[in-house]
Design a protein around this ligand. Structure first.
Ligand SMILES: Cc1cc2nc3c(=O)[nH]c(=O)nc-3n(C[C@H](O)[C@H](O)[C@H](O)COP(=O)(O)O)c2cc1C
Length: 153
């Protein structure tokens, strides 16, 4: 599966105590246009599995090419992730990370347990964009979209 190229996102929410929680993910994709739905999946060994499964809302940050360090921060277990970064709470109470090229604030639509992951679908309620070069994931490597990339569809 690592041969399939994707973008990289950070998904955030808050736990029962109102503290920010976040995880790096490449399983994010578009699901439906009308209504506007997205999905991502979380492994059942993740420390935030139960939190995301029960949270009523979450925010997805599509990472920019310059945000490689955020992937390290949000996939390491031994650090306070939100201590390392610039973030703030949105009007709806979701932790928003600065500098992403798009942010989707979502209400959880449906959660489906599938094998050792849960598919979390979200109804997009608010979008902010700051279009720039995206961060990509391929064969366990993460980096910006090469400037030599061409082709329109
Ligand atoms: C590029 C990349 C993509 C990842 N994609 C996912 C994903 O889609 N779903 C998931 O559950 N974990 C994914 N992970 C792993 C989590 O980020 C990592 O296991 C997790 O944050 C570990 O800490 P936790 O137990 O606190 O969640 C990914 C990691 C990296 C580096």
């Amino acid at each position: 599966m690592a041969n399939y190229p994707s973008g990289v996102v950070i998904v955030t929410t808050t736990n029962d105590e109102g503290l920010p929680v976040g995880i790096a993910a490449n399983s994010f994709t578009s699901l439906s246009i009308d209504p506007l739905l997205v999905l991502w999946s979380i492994g059942n060994k993740s420390s935030s599995y139960d939190i995301f499964n029960h949270s009523k809302q979450f925010a997805v940050h599509l990472l920019a090419g310059s945000q490689l360090e955020l992937v390290n921060t949000f996939s390491r277990k031994d650090i306070d992730r939100f201590e390392q970064i610039e973030w703030s709470l949105s009007e709806s109470g979701l932790p928003i990370i600065e500098g992403a090229y798009a942010t989707f604030e979502c209400d959880t639509f449906e959660t489906i347990v599938a094998g050792d992951h849960a598919i979390i679908t979200g109804s997009v309620k608010h979008i902010t964009t700051n279009i720039q070069n995206p961060l990509l994931y391929h064969q366990r490597r993460v980096g910006p979209l090469p400037l030599t990339f061409h082709g329109n569809i």
